[in-house]
Write a protein that binds this ligand. Structure first.
Ligand SMILES: C[S@@+](CC[C@H](N)C(=O)[O-])C[C@H]1O[C@@H](n2cnc3c(N)ncnc32)[C@H](O)[C@@H]1O
Length: 194
């Protein structure tokens, strides 16, 4: 069994904050763009689909753990009113949609993968996001620590990984964070180059 599926089955999901990321809630509330097609990757229980559903016509959550999807269906889906919202059980790295996305959200997915997979993560983001599209990442945890997951993240490392295919638009500390994550996050926006 996949290690992530096992963690959900054993209820060892300390990363699950039980609510959408406050930085994403604020970003969506301030957003004056309506997006065609938005994805959230390594979605877990999927609270973040709630704010994303307010700014997009098609909303896709992606995770490869069946138990995460089951939690989403029980805990989150009943709270969301949206006609074109889907939770796909898929591996991020091999996901190959016919049409790319205008916006992809990553929170606690980048820090969950092995650091050796970070280059592949950047290449996959470039493949999945249309030219001009946005990668919105809540970079976490910006701390000094060994091992993981979550593996420590250095924002400049993420910028460097993405620099050949993305332009950095903005990277700031969010006004609010989940309790215990204050001062360890950066809400960061990149635009896919043409
Ligand atoms: C640390 S959890 C974060 C979940 C969610 N973003 C949150 O903040 O609660 C990482 C998630 O990524 C998923 N995941 C890890 N590797 C994946 C992969 N290659 N493809 C799809 N999902 C993956 C796991 O199943 C898990 O739900």
């Amino acid at each position: 069994m996949n290690i992530w599926e096992e963690r959900y089955q054993n209820e060892q999901f300390g990363w699950d904050a039980g609510a959408p990321a406050p930085a994403l809630v604020d970003w969506c509330a301030d957003c004056d763009t309506r997006y065609d097609k938005v994805a959230a990757v390594g979605l877990g229980t999927g609270y973040d689909l709630q704010p994303l559903s307010t700014i997009a016509d098609t909303v896709i959550g992606l995770d490869f753990a069946q138990s995460a999807k089951t939690r989403f269906e029980e805990l989150v889906l009943p709270q969301i009113k949206h006609e074109d919202l889907h939770y796909l059980l898929t591996d991020f790295f091999s996901y190959d949609p016919k049409v790319g996305f205008n916006l992809i959200w990553d929170y606690t997915f980048f820090c969950a993968i092995e650091p050796s997979e970070r280059g592949k993560w950047a290449d996959t983001m470039a493949r999945l996001i249309r030219p001009g599209g946005i990668l919105l990442a809540l970079i976490f945890p910006v701390v000094e620590k060994e091992g993981g997951p979550p593996f420590a993240v250095i924002p400049e490392e993420v910028h460097a990984l993405l620099s050949s295919n993305f332009e950095l638009i903005d990277s700031v500390a969010p006004k609010t964070s989940h309790p215990g994550r204050e001062g360890k996050e950066f809400i960061t926006q990149y635009r896919r180059k043409s």
